[in-house]
Write a protein that binds this ligand. Structure first.
Ligand SMILES: Nc1ncnc2c1ncn2[C@@H]1O[C@H](COP(=O)(O)OP(=O)(O)O)[C@@H](O)[C@H]1O
Ligand SMILES: [Mg+2]
Length: 155
C-alpha cells in the first residue's frame, strides 16, 4: 500500500472529464472508490449547491471503505472536512461538512440499505451524488431518478 494518491494518465483524464453522470467499472481494488470519492469531493466544493449525498451499503461500510480508509475522504482532505457520524445542529442525519473558500458544503451520508431514509431524501434538491457499489443496491423503486441533481453524479 502507498500513502500517496497516484494519478495515472487514465485517472487524470477521469478527473478532467465533465459529464453529468459517470459509472466506474473495474475489478476489485482497481481504484474506483479512491479516485471516485476524490473527484466527488472536488465537485461538491465546486458546486453552487450546499447539500450533496454520499451513499453506500450502510453507514458502517461507508465509514470503513470511504470516509476513514487510507486515501479516503478524511485522509485526502484533512482539516477541510469534518465528519459528524450522529448528525449535528440543524443537520440530524450523519454528514460531512466540507469547508471551502465559497462556504460550507454539507454531504449527507445515506445507506441504501435504509429505504425509509432514501424515501425521506426524495424530493430534495442536491448538487452531487456518489453511490459506492451501486450494483449491489437492491432498489425496487426508481429512487435515483427521482432526485433533482444540479449536474453531477458518480455511480
Ligand atoms: N490512485 C491511487 N493511488 C494510490 N493508491 C490507490 C489508488 N487507487 C487505489 N489505491 C489503493 O488501492 C486499494 C484499492 O482501491 P479501491 O479504491 O478501494 O478500489 P475499488 O473501489 O476499485 O475496489 C486501496 O487500498 C487504495 O488505497
Ligand atoms: Mg470500491
Amino acid at each position: 500500500m502507498t500513502d500517496k494518491l497516484i494519478l495515472s494518465p487514465k485517472y487524470k483524464a477521469f478527473l478532467r472529464c465533465n459529464a453529468p453522470v459517470e459509472f466506474l467499472e473495474g475489478t476489485t481494488a482497481a481504484g474506483k472508490t479512491t479516485v471516485g470519492i476524490f473527484k466527488f469531493i472536488l465537485k461538491c466544493a465546486e458546486s453552487s449547491k450546499k447539500i450533496h449525498i454520499l451513499s453506500g451499503l450502510d453507514l458502517g461500510t461507508i465509514e470503513k471503505n470511504i470516509i476513514n480508509k487510507d486515501l479516503g475522504i478524511l485522509d485526502d482532505f484533512g482539516s477541510l472536512v469534518e465528519y459528524n457520524a450522529k448528525g449535528k445542529g440543524q443537520y440530524s442525519l450523519p454528514h460531512l461538512i466540507l469547508h471551502t473558500s465559497k462556504g460550507e458544503r454539507i454531504i449527507y451520508i445515506l445507506g441504501y440499505d435504509n429505504k425509509a431514509r432514501w424515501k425521506k431524501a426524495l424530493g430534495g434538491q442536491y448538487g452531487c451524488l456518489y453511490i459506492d457499489e451501486i450494483n449491489i443496491a437492491d432498489w425496487k423503486e426508481k429512487s435515483i431518478q427521482a432526485f433533482t441533481l444540479e449536474r453531477y453524479a458518480i455511480l
